[in-house]
Write a protein that binds this ligand. Structure first.
Ligand code: AMP
Length: 143
C-alpha cells in the first residue's frame, strides 16, 4: 500500500495558516477541525513551516499564556519533511519514527497534494494486514 492509496480514501484537503496567524487562532483551528497540525504557507502558497499541538504546548511551557498572542511563525518548525505519493506505508512509518513526528505533507514536483497523519498510516497498515490474513486463509482453505 502507498501514500497515494491513503489520499484516494481521505482526499487532498490540507489546512493551512499564514505566518502572521496568532498562536491562539491556531489552537482554535486545531480544536474546531479536530486535527493535530496545520501547515504554514506564505503568500505564494509555498509551505514554510508546520505547527502541531506539541509546538503549542512547548510555547506555553516556555512563555506562559502570553504566547497565545505570538505569531505562529515564532513557534512553527521550519524544516518540514514531506513524502511522495509513491512512497510505501513502511517508508512513511520510518520517516515518522526517525523524525519523531506524526504528520507528513505529501508533495510532488513542489505541489502540495495532501497530508497524512500517523492515524491514517496505522489505519492503512491494519487494512493491509487484514487483506494479507484473508488471502492466507483463502489459500489454506483452497489447498
Ligand atoms: P507531531 O508529532 O506531528 O505533533 O509533531 C512533533 C514535532 O515535530 C513538532 O515540533 C512539529 O512542528 C514537528 N513536525 C510535525 N510534522 C513535521 C514534519 N512533517 N516535518 C518536520 N517537522 C514536523
Amino acid at each position: 500500500m502507498f501514500v497515494s492509496d491513503i489520499l484516494l480514501q481521505k482526499g487532498g484537503l490540507v489546512f493551512a495558516v499564514t505566518p502572521g496567524t496568532s498562536v491562539a487562532q491556531v489552537a482554535q483551528q486545531l480544536s474546531t477541525r479536530r486535527i493535530g497540525s496545520v501547515l504554514v504557507v506564505d503568500k505564494f502558497d509555498a509551505v514554510i513551516g508546520i505547527v502541531s499541538e506539541r509546538d503549542l504546548v512547548r510555547a506555553l511551557a516556555l512563555h506562559g499564556p502570553s504566547c497565545l498572542d505570538h505569531e505562529v511563525v515564532k513557534v512553527m518548525t521550519r524544516d518540514v519533511v514531506s513524502c511522495d505519493p509513491d512512497d510505501s506505508i513502511d517508508r512513511v512509518m520510518g520517516l515518522m519514527t526517525r523524525g519523531r513526528f506524526r504528520h507528513l505533507p505529501v508533495v510532488r514536483h513542489g505541489e502540495l497534494l495532501g497530508l497524512v497523519s500517523i492515524g491514517d498510516v496505522v489505519k492503512a497498515r491494519l487494512e493491509e494486514t487484514r487483506h494479507e490474513t484473508e488471502a492466507l486463509k483463502a489459500y489454506i482453505v483452497a489447498g
